[in-house]
Design a binder for this molecule. Structure first.
Ligand code: ADP
Ligand code: MG
Length: 187
């Protein structure tokens, strides 16, 4: 497979007892992968060290075992791939694989500000993937804060519109913020 995980720790290494913000039931539902069938997105929020990358890799590895095509990329790598797609063949190939995946994990979304061009490229990708692929996004900032990191706030609102339409937001380590207007899949 071409998932390009940063490490290979199976989901069993994720200790639910270390993570008071995730319930057994939530983890069970995540591991049933109905959300991929229904092209729902998962957003994992929490401070550095909360286990966001570990959980996303564990789910990604298990999703491959279930037969899904999975692609892992950090936000920084993704922006570089998008910026060089037109003239670097390797980027073109990686993005082709990414776009063909059932599940795309984007790690550390909005860790830094995006310029107008980067935001446009990211928006176009989200638009292409919308209701085609599932995403797991991890971030240590809430989606409300993502808007503050781009010049064109209208564009970020449009990106969020798509990302948050069919989403399960999981606050790891009891982050206090709350998202509004979610269409939830889990109960
Ligand atoms: P984040 O991506 O949120 O910054 P990581 O996934 O990199 O956090 O986790 C930080 C470290 O803590 C890693 O070594 C990871 O394996 C470990 N860790 C975090 N949460 C758990 C958990 N629930 N069970 C086992 N190890 C964990
Ligand atoms: Mg991480």
């Amino acid at each position: 497979n071409w998932a390009r995980f940063p490490f290979h720790k199976p989901i069993e290494t994720f200790d639910i007892n270390e993570q008071s913000a995730i319930t057994e039931r939530q983890l069970k539902q995540l591991r049933e992968y109905q959300w991929i069938e229904q092209t729902y997105n998962i957003i994992l929020l929490g401070p550095p060290g909360a286990g966001k990358t570990l959980l996303s890799v564990g789910l990604g590895i298990e999703a491959i075992e279930k037969g899904y095509q999975v692609y892992f990329v950090t936000m920084g790598e993704l922006i570089q791939l998008l910026k060089t797609e037109e003239f670097i063949n390797k980027s073109k190939i990686q993005l082709k694989r990414l776009r063909a995946s059932d599940l795309i994990i984007i790690d550390d979304v909005m860790y830094m500000a995006m310029d107008q061009r980067e935001a446009t490229l990211f928006f176009q990708l989200i638009h292409q993937l919308y209701e085609q692929s599932s995403l797991i996004l991890t971030s240590n900032r809430s989606p409300e804060e993502w808007t503050e990191l781009v010049d064109n706030q209208g564009m970020m609102t449009a990106i969020l519109d798509r990302l948050l339409h069919r989403v399960e937001v999981i606050h790891m380590n009891n982050e206090s913020y709350r998202l509004k207007h979610q269409e939830r899949i889990f109960n």
